[in-house]
Design a protein around this ligand. Sequence first.
Ligand SMILES: C[S@@+](CC[C@H](N)C(=O)[O-])C[C@H]1O[C@@H](n2cnc3c(N)ncnc32)[C@H](O)[C@@H]1O
Length: 256
Amino acid sequence: MNRSGEGNLMGLDGAAWSQPDRYPLSAKYDAAWVLSMDMGPHPLWQLEDLLTDLNLRPGMKVLDLGCGKGATSIFLARECDVDVVAFDLWIGEDEMQSNFDAQGVSDRVAAVRGDVRDLPFQDGEFDAIISIDAFEYFGTDVRLIPSLLRVLKKGGGIGMTTPALRTDPYQSPPPASVTETIGWEAAGWHAPEWWATHWSLSGLVDNVTARLQEHGRDDWLRWSRALDDGEESPVVAMLKADDNQIGFALVSATKK
Ligand SMILES: C[S@@+](CC[C@H](N)C(=O)[O-])C[C@H]1O[C@@H](n2cnc3c(N)ncnc32)[C@H](O)[C@@H]1O
């Protein structure tokens, strides 16, 4: 995989690849740059879709939970005119900060390294919480939503995206092509309805919405193909074999 993204874009029409009709805000970002921030399938497309379920307003303070290298944090500051705390476990503050400096958003985005299970923030510090493609690592724990909501203001919005199966893995075993590629982690690819129940059972949120992203699987395939170095990756093979099961769950709610 070419992390710079440049080699992979040879022969690829970056402008068309960016799907300006479907994702007009994300399409403003250079395709090679977006690919160079890769830690999972197109975070900006997921975020732009999720934003239609949330009510972000200029000047809000937003926690970008599990932001990776920070592409979504940059997008939030630029496109939504909000102040962002970019929070991640695997990526160090220096790497995140250099990305924010390079994109000229350091005045709106602060990098913090840490674990969601031990959030170093005040009660009610954030107006909204966003998390793109990270909940599969920690979100199934019933303790997570209560501890996360501690740092969210009453009435504040929370929204996340995570890999999902249309039929919940606890209802019917995932397709063999998924378990062969993803292994035990597929048990966490819950259906959107599962997430809605999981959040609602906390008794701490209202207005829960959960849906499978309409073009999630196609977007994922488009992203993974752009990162393939000539040879088809196992993820591309899995997505090609998919029978309308794989996608992303987009889940949102407000804190009571
Ligand atoms: C698949 S990557 C996605 C990164 C980024 N959101 C994106 O879409 O490019 C998952 C991210 O979740 C973060 N993560 C996993 N466990 C975490 C935890 N316990 N606390 C905070 N972040 C965590 C990792 O550091 C990683 O950057």
